[in-house]
Design a protein around this ligand. Structure first.
Ligand code: ADP
Length: 457
């Protein structure tokens, strides 16, 4: 078995309590084959980028690098979060392009490559993650790295016409052809990528998994829908009533049903649209008045970016507006919380909910949708209201699928979920649970790594 090298913007160090499912899966893969995890340390240095920190635990080496303030602003806050994130989520209107941050992005990728080239051996398998590092393979190849290089995009891949809105897009997206294997969340993302390669690089789709460049070089691209640790989360949820905050939430609800949303405060998550739909539900279903409480947990994210600050303000006003118009002295329809919780607590919250609201305008996968399913009580599971624009909708056929832009449709789905008999909920839940257990986070990483090992066969 080849040694594995994982590269991601942030490294999940072994002592961090915040490590989620992906970190656990990558850790397990690194432990199996022995390996190295490389990425930004999360530290912003006073002077230049480049100071390295090396540590190891349980057979895994961790190598992290500090970034200068300038690189952090340009590469991370700038090109990654202000340019690529909105572009990849189909929001050309929010794309903030400038040549300086683009150069910083390229510079940090080159810096990563400079250090990695000294570490990577020819027979290693290198797995690079997400939109921060699109051109890394190209930079590594320039430095003579011959190892197999794989890339997984955790976010959506938009249509070629949207990508074309980014000035000099070929420099960033054309660089994906330097990998041996490029992985996407869904078949649709894969098709849009194939379309981009055809249109803008004159490439050809040779067969379902293989693309040929104009110069004849071939590389692979495929869909690998990311999973979660479904059995682990289900067990956590089964024990979550031991957690005081879960018990307090339950007793605060009384006999009322709970609808829950859990999302980073991000414009891709469709939160104002969801609030609007919930208000529509209250307007259109006076018979349900006082019977449902909607808890929205939305930890603040990327507070340094103006569009995120504006969204936060909008939601605060909206929650106040809905409660002002609909609340009773003993019932608050919307509970709006900007905190993060340990995973065990979240699973308990999910399990208490009759309805899970997952209504992003665009999402690569949306892990919350899968976590909600895993956390349900098999005897009395809640119903999932899920956006057709989340990658998860391709797998979770037991959800009530909605268009998040259609507030009447979402309001109706909330009402349907609330009235759904337990037999129907069980049947829908069972088919979703089977899927997320069959192709869980470990099946996903094994599938990707097997494909990468054989990418050149
Ligand atoms: P994204 O990666 O865009 O944030 P996902 O739904 O794919 O969206 O993943 C979000 C992850 O963050 C999930 O694992 C979810 O449990 C976690 N998360 C979201 N909100 C919170 C919160 N308030 N506290 C703790 N974890 C959270």
């Amino acid at each position: 078995m080849s040694r594995l090298v994982v590269v991601s913007n942030r490294v999940a160090l072994p002592d961090s309590s915040q490590n989620g499912g992906l970190a656990t899966a990558l850790d397990a893969a690194l432990k199996e084959a022995g390996g190295l995890w490389f990425g930004w340390s999360g530290k912003v240095a006073r002077g230049h980028s480049g100071e390295l920190h090396r540590t190891s635990a349980e057979g895994i080496d961790y190598l992290t690098i500090d970034l200068s303030r300038e690189d952090y602003e340009g590469y991370y806050n700038g090109f990654s979060n202000r340019t690529l994130w909105p572009l990849l989520h189909f929001r050309l209107d929010l794309v903030d392009y400038n040549a300086t941050t683009q150069a910083a992005y390229r510079g940090v990728n080159a810096l990563f490559a400079e250090h990695l080239a000294r570490e990577v051996r020819d027979d290693d398998v290198v797995w690079i993650h997400d939109y921060h590092l699109l051109p890394l393979a190209q930079e590594l190849r320039r430095r003579g790295v011959r190892a197999r290089l794989g890339f997984f995009l955790h976010v959506p891949f938009p249509s070629a016409d949207i990508i074309a809105g980014l000035p000099h897009h070929e420099k960033t997206f054309g660089a994906l052809a330097a990998y041996d294997l490029v992985g996407f969340q869904t078949e649709r993302d894969l098709e849009r990528f194939q379309d981009y390669i055809r249109l803008f690089r004159g490439g050809q789709v040779v067969d379902r998994g293989q693309l040929r460049e104009q110069d004849g070089r071939c590389f692979r691209a495929n869909a690998f829908p990311i999973g979660i640790d479904a059995r682990g989360l289900s067990a956590l949820a089964g024990n979550a009533m031991r957690i005081a905050s879960v018990r307090r939430l339950q007793s605060s609800l009384g006999s009322r049903a709970l609808a829950i949303g859990v999302d980073r405060l991000d414009y891709s998550k469709g939160l104002p649209e969801r609030f609007r739909a919930f208000e529509r539900f209250l307007d259109r279903h006076p018979d349900q008045h006082g019977r449902l409480t909607y808890l929205q947990i939305a930890p603040v994210s990327r507070g340094g970016v103006a569009s995120y600050r504006a969204l936060r303000q909008e939601l605060e006003q909206f929650a106040g507006h809905i409660n002002g118009g609909h609340a009773d002295p003993d019932w608050t329809p919307v509970r709006y919380v900007n905190r993060t919780y340990p995973h065990a607590t979240l699973t308990g919250f999910y399990r208490l909910a009759r309805i899970g609201l997952v209504t992003p305008l665009r999402d690569g996968m949306n892990l919350v949708a899968k976590e909600f399913v895993a956390a349900q009580d098999p005897e009395d599971p809640g119903a999932l209201v899920l956006s057709i624009f989340a990658g998860a909708a391709r797998e979770l056929d037991g959800a009530l699928l909605i268009n998040p832009f259609d507030s009447d449709g979402v309001a109706d789905a909330i009402s349907t979920a609330l009235k759904m008999p337990v037999e129907a909920r069980r049947e829908r839940w069972q088919s979703m649970m089977t899927r997320i257990c069959d192709y869980d986070i470990h099946a996903w990483r094994k599938d990707f790594l097997r494909s990468l090992e054989h990418a050149r066969d």
